[in-house]
Design a binder for this molecule. Structure first.
Ligand SMILES: Cc1cc2nc3c(=O)[nH]c(=O)nc-3n(C[C@H](O)[C@H](O)[C@H](O)COP(=O)(O)O)c2cc1C
Length: 187
């Protein structure tokens, strides 16, 4: 068993807070190693849908059923969610790589982008991708602004599970990829 020796004294918190944080380029380089499941987060005002590709999505709690996502404040999707207070989180499969590319592009994720796939609604009216691996239909419960992004907590009102067994679309090392069964430590 290896034992990590404790330092004589911890650096004071105030000094740590004042110290510069990681530069953006180093942050991006390091985060390339954080493999993420690729989702489309979408909303609508009833007329015009908006949505974007997002990997900053995580489960939060089972009771109540909640998830969270982190969305850039400068985009049309954030503005849409702020107004409608509802959103869907659609988990993508490998055959959705092109769709992920389109919704993750530089342009706003509005209008005709949605015409390149089939969408339904469940409970809230937010756009639900028909062949998503799973789609969560949420009402926004809380929103916390943190610098450039907002942490948005969604309470899950309905879910759509795809009956097929498609492999999930992942984003790692700056590219789309998936799980490789031969690399599974618990086959
Ligand atoms: C793989 C991938 C993951 C992304 N993850 C996020 C994310 O978690 N949150 C976010 O705000 N933007 C994320 N983006 C960027 C948005 O998808 C992109 O900026 C989009 O065009 C913004 O659309 P909007 O203007 O409608 O908000 C990601 C892009 C890619 C390609």
């Amino acid at each position: 068993m290896s034992v990590v020796e404790a330092p004589a004294a911890l650096p004071p918190l105030q000094a740590l807070r004042r110290a510069a944080c990681l530069p953006p380029a180093d942050f991006r380089l390091a985060m390339r190693r954080l493999a993420g499941a690729v989702c489309i987060v979408a909303t609508t005002d009833g007329q015009r849908p908006t949505g974007l590709t997002a990997t900053a999505v995580t489960a939060l709690s089972a009771e109540p059923a909640r998830l969270l996502t982190c969305i850039n404040l400068n985009g049309s999707t954030f503005r849409g969610i702020t107004e409608s207070r509802r959103m869907s989180v659609n988990l993508l499969a490998t055959h959705h790589a092109d769709l992920a590319g389109r919704f993750g592009g530089a342009g706003p994720g509005t209008g005709e982008l949605f015409e390149t796939a089939l969408w339904d609604t469940l409970t809230t009216g937010a756009p639900i991708l028909r062949d998503a691996l799973v789609a969560f239909d949420c009402v926004v419960d809380e929103m916390m602004v943190a610098h450039s992004h907002a942490v948005i907590i969604g309470e899950i009102k309905a879910v759509q599970l795809h009956p097929g067994r498609h492999a999930p679309l992942l984003y790692a090392d700056g590219r789309y990829t998936t799980l490789h069964p031969q690399g599974n430590p618990n086959p």
